[in-house]
Design a protein around this ligand. Structure first.
Ligand code: GAR
Length: 215
């Protein structure tokens, strides 16, 4: 059984998708710990309601990034997770931390990386006129929203979309691909080779998502 630590900063809907997946006996992972860097984040209550220990490590109370990460590292070492899942965790992690946990930290991001890294993603996608957006799960590297890509899902951008409608469409796919990425890793099917991911027995979907739809 693969043990997960889930790091959050907010409402925790992606954390919830992992908790829900793990509730199935056939799912090869369990959530051992939730950590929030934001006191009062809604996700903390959601975790506790599910009976999962949730800890707050408030980054504002530490003297710099290193001190915050030393505490985070200590808490994680205590919980001994096999995999750390960044589920809307809005802090950059430094080189030292990422190297210590190399290929054991994954992140979900609401765009088709490497496009639209950073924040205000849906707003920027709409401004760009892109007709397809999506979400990505990747292994974490020190640079923001960078690292070997494990899985992506694409959705159409609709003509009358606003940030909320597009965000909801992407989020519903986030809730599918995050647990799927965890499953593939827990099944030992995911390897990082030369900063690209190889997935044993990956099923490749037929066809393409076109927007507007083609013949
Ligand atoms: C999600 O859309 C996630 O992809 C995004 O924050 C949201 C958190 O929602 N993460 C990033 O932008 C990381 N760069 P949640 O708290 O409901 O899971």
């Amino acid at each position: 059984m693969t043990k997960l630590a889930v790091l959050i900063s907010g409402r925790g809907s992606n954390m919830q998708s992992l908790i829900d997946a793990c509730a199935d006996d056939a799912f090869p992972a369990e959530v051992g710990l939730v950590v929030s860097n934001v006191p009062g984040a809604a996700g903390i209550d959601r975790a506790r309601e599910a009976g999962i220990p949730a800890t707050v490590i408030d980054h504002t109370t530490f003297d710099g990034r290193q001190a915050f990460e030393a505490e985070l590292d200590g808490v994680l070492r205590g919980a001994k997770p096999d995999l750390v899942c960044l589920a809307g965790f809005m802090r950059l992690l430094t080189d030292g931390f990422v190297q210590r946990w190399r290929d054991r930290v994954i992140n979900i991001h609401p765009s088709l990386l490497p496009a639209f890294k950073g924040i205000h993603v849906h707003e920027r996608v709409l401004e760009s006129g892109a007709r397809i957006s999506g979400c990505t799960v990747h292994f974490v590297r020190p640079a923001m929203d960078e690292g070997p890509i494990i899985i992506q899902a694409a959705v159409p951008v609709e003509p009358d979309d606003d940030v909320d409608t597009l965000g909801d469409r992407v989020l519903s796919q986030e809730h599918r691909i995050f647990p799927l990425a965890v499953r593939l890793i827990a099944e030992g099917r995911v390897r990082v080779v030369g900063e690209r991911v190889i997935i044993d027995g990956a099923e490749i979907p037929d066809g393409a998502l076109m927007n507007p739809a083609g013949p």
